[in-house]
Design a protein around this ligand. Structure first.
Ligand SMILES: [Zn+2]
Ligand SMILES: [Zn+2]
Length: 140
């Protein structure tokens, strides 16, 4: 018997042209449960299945190619991915990254206004804003 969550996961995978494997289902479930962007490092810590880094990397790449997730941003230390329920890979809301716990928070209501224009000849393809600091839990 499949639970609603399992049905949702296999539906998402099949609907995007991916075969359902235990590893893929597990990683996708983590994203759906977390409701926030996840770095590969965090995924490794949350996994209940035994998957090595290379397998998780392959799963994330397959998800990106299929459009199930996109890269929210890359910082010096890690790549952070998220589901497209709130934004897309080309135009994403700003993110807050906590330097204490490493959690990423989506800042959907936070607007950044740019002034001026790009220099002549430049074409913008992506806009990503990352704010770093401490979350309420880590400030205590
Ligand atoms: Zn924190
Ligand atoms: Zn986000």
């Amino acid at each position: 018997m499949m639970t609603t969550a399992q049905r949702r996961v296999s539906g998402l995978l099949r609907g995007n042209g991916l075969k359902v494997t235990r590893g893929r289902a597990e990683v996708l479930n983590l994203f759906l449960d977390a409701g926030r962007p996840l770095a590969q490092r965090q995924i490794m810590e949350m996994l209940r299945l035994k998957l090595d880094r290379a397998s998780v990397y392959r799963i994330l790449n397959a998800f990106v190619e299929a459009g199930i997730i996109h890269m929210a941003y890359v910082d010096v230390r890690h790549r952070v991915y998220e589901l497209p329920d709130k934004c897309g890979g080309q135009k994403c809301h700003p993110h807050f990254s906590c330097r204490g716990c490493g959690k990423t928070t989506c800042l959907e209501d936070f607007r950044v206004y740019f002034k001026g224009a790009l220099a002549k000849g430049f074409v913008a393809e992506r806009q990503k804003v990352l704010i770093e600091g401490l979350c309420p839990d880590c400030r205590r």
